[in-house]
Design a binder for this molecule. Sequence first.
Ligand SMILES: [Zn+2]
Length: 265
Amino acid sequence: MLSMARSSKPPKRQWDVLDVFRAAGRFALDAALPPLCPACRDPIAEPGGLCPACWARLSFIAPPYCERLGIPFAYDPGRGIPSMEAIADPPAYRRARAAVRYDEVARRLVHALKFGDRFDLAPTLGRWMALAGEALLAEAHGLVPVPLHWRRLWARRFNQSAALANAISRASPIPVAHTALARVKATAQQVGLTRAERAVNVQGAFRVPEGSRAAVEGRRLVLVDDVLTTGATIDACARVLLRAGAAQVDVLVFARVVDAPHALI
Ligand SMILES: [Zn+2]
């Protein structure tokens, strides 16, 4: 590097060298600063956790909940009793479990993982998910992350579902079938769409590639995603896996939207 700097002709890729120095400086600065809570950015004592205030506000989902959808019940209606939603509109998947309710703290954590380059959150969130999905994982052959379309993956460089699946795999240890599902249609963002529009939006968006059929046929699979909202995307994925011969499809997410009226059922 030094000999290059001394030569009469400036090195062609000098900016790369400067970038390395900048990155090293940033790393030294990061190491000197106290770790920050990923949800509120207050300093915390140990890296890899939340500050006490955010921790207290994070709402972990525990039984009693709907056996099918994993929606928490306000009171225990008895073991195996499904929610009204599960009866009225049964999903393609068998069971869904989530670590936490999708509230403000959960939203910030997902956002930090997805867009804030906080890849280091994946192991912690994955551990919580592995606990929430213990019963599902006990029967599973493989984890299937919900794929991004290659264009979105290229833009974001990171599939949060794949990172969470890797983290769950390290905690469980169920292997990740990264190529079991492919996203063949670039869909519009689901945000702001109605339930019916979301279902239409993801129609035909996923398929099992020919070379991945063996990883799906006769297998008990757990779909992994960051957030479960209406379930349109995850339901489309489950349908495609079942059509390709999966023996069973369960769903494990970090956070799920729980409407207040549903929680009171
Ligand atoms: Zn905090």
